[in-house]
Design a protein around this ligand. Structure first.
Ligand code: AOF
Ligand code: ZN
Length: 364
């Protein structure tokens, strides 16, 4: 078996566990509603016994995956795992018990489990006489499951609001044409971001006016990968032939009409359906409702370099009448998206993070 750094094998094992966790692919539907987790079992001399990772809901957790490979060899081992071993019976049994039964000597984990249903594994292990250490590469583990962690802490799905705008803040021309103000490169980028979420959300007005498919598609416009749940939210009745209800078009992507205008209610209902990451694509009324409810966690904006002078805004009236009350998210990144094809133009992408609502007000 491969030997890790003999003097201090645990950091190397944790780096390997993080790598294993990430090997499942991009964060999102591959493991949602579960996190990405990796585990490495070490002998007391620092050599590796076995490794494992989590492949998604219903499959063994990382620790159990590694323990199964180690068999009797796990006795006296150190388990190095990216997340606190779970303490509950969910779709599978508690990892804390599995580690106790395998008679491991020591458990080193990075991130405490933010899921209240599963937390408590560390205490159970300590009570069983196992040495437990927490915090090694905790920030890296948190970053590995950034959105999942945030959602678990909030106990509602994480919300990314995406919109495209012209230089003068218009998201569509007055006559409703130019459904796409952004460049082809920006639209391709949007599909990559959609693929990280497990839920697409729009208002019923947007479905009635734009009739979006809300699927994740490739360069050739073919649906690809695990399709998010497509949700129309609002009280307006929708034509049965709306594209979002067409599962044939979209490799079986499921859809749902939530008959509520309340963002909190909608998110609670999606959380119950085990949704972790909502990708909100408008329209202006729904965006304003989510902003006012303080439930937008991330904003992605594509700016197209042209003017319309009139037309629909990306967001409806927020009741702000003076500059001091402006909604000012923090800028996380600004990037230029180069043209994807001839005739396409560069667009600018901003990723922003609203400050928590109360803090936003106090800061002024
Ligand atoms: C671990 N190791 O590899 C994972 C953990 O319903 P279940 O049984 O799939 O449990 C899911 C919860 O267990 C998840 O929300 C998280 O708190 C924890 N995931 N825990 O020890 C793992 N995937
Ligand atoms: Zn577990």
């Amino acid at each position: 078996m491969k030997c890790l750094d003999q003097r201090d094998p645990e950091p190397g094992a944790m780096r390997r566990a993080l790598e294993l966790a990430a090997a499942i692919g991009a964060p999102g539907p591959a493991t949602y509603p579960n996190p990405r987790v990796g585990c490495v079992l070490l002998r007391s001399d620092g050599s590796m016994i076995a490794e494992g990772f989590h492949r998604g809901p219903g499959t063994p957790h990382a620790e159990v995956d590694a323990l199964a490979k180690a068999g009797e060899g796990a006795r006296g081992a150190t388990a190095v795992v990216t997340l606190e071993p779970c303490n509950h019976t969910g779709r599978t049994g508690p990892c804390s018990q599995a580690l106790i039964e395998a008679v491991v000597a020591r458990v080193v984990y990075a991130q405490a489990d933010p899921n209240p249903v599963a937390a408590g594994g560390a205490d159970t292990l300590k009570q069983a006489g196992i040495e437990v250490e927490q915090g090694l590469y905790a920030a890296e583990s948190r970053a590995l499951n950034r959105v999942w962690t945030h959602a678990a802490e909030l106990q509602r799905p994480y919300v990314t609001w995406k919109f495209a705008t012209t230089l003068d803040g218009r998201s569509a021309a007055a006559d409703g044409t130019s459904r796409w103000v952004s460049s082809r490169a920006a639209r391709l980028d949007t599909h990559k971001l959609r693929a990280l979420s497990d839920t697409m959300l729009v208002g019923t007005n947007t479905v009635a006016v734009d009739d979006p498919a809300l699927t994740v598609r490739d360069q050739e416009d073919r649906p690809v990968g695990v399709q998010p749940l497509r949700v129309a939210m609002g009280e307006r009745n929708l034509p049965a032939e709306s594209k979002i209800f067409d599962s044939g078009l979209s490799s079986g992507a499921p859809s749902l009409h939530l008959r509520t205008r309340d963002p909190h209610e909608a998110l609670a209902s999606l959380w119950e359906r085990e949704r972790r990451h909502v990708f909100l694509e408008g329209g202006p009324t729904l965006a304003a409702a989510f902003l006012e409810a303080g439930v937008v966690d991330e904003i992605v904006v594509y700016v197209a370099p042209f003017l319309l002078g009139a037309g629909r805004s990306a967001v409806a009236d927020l009741g702000i009448t003076t500059i001091a009350d402006a909604f000012r998210p923090r800028v996380r990144s600004v990037d230029v998206l180069a043209p994807a094809t001839e005739g396409d133009e560069p667009n600018v992408r901003l990723i922003l993070e609203p400050a928590p609502q109360a803090q936003n007000r106090e800061d002024r």
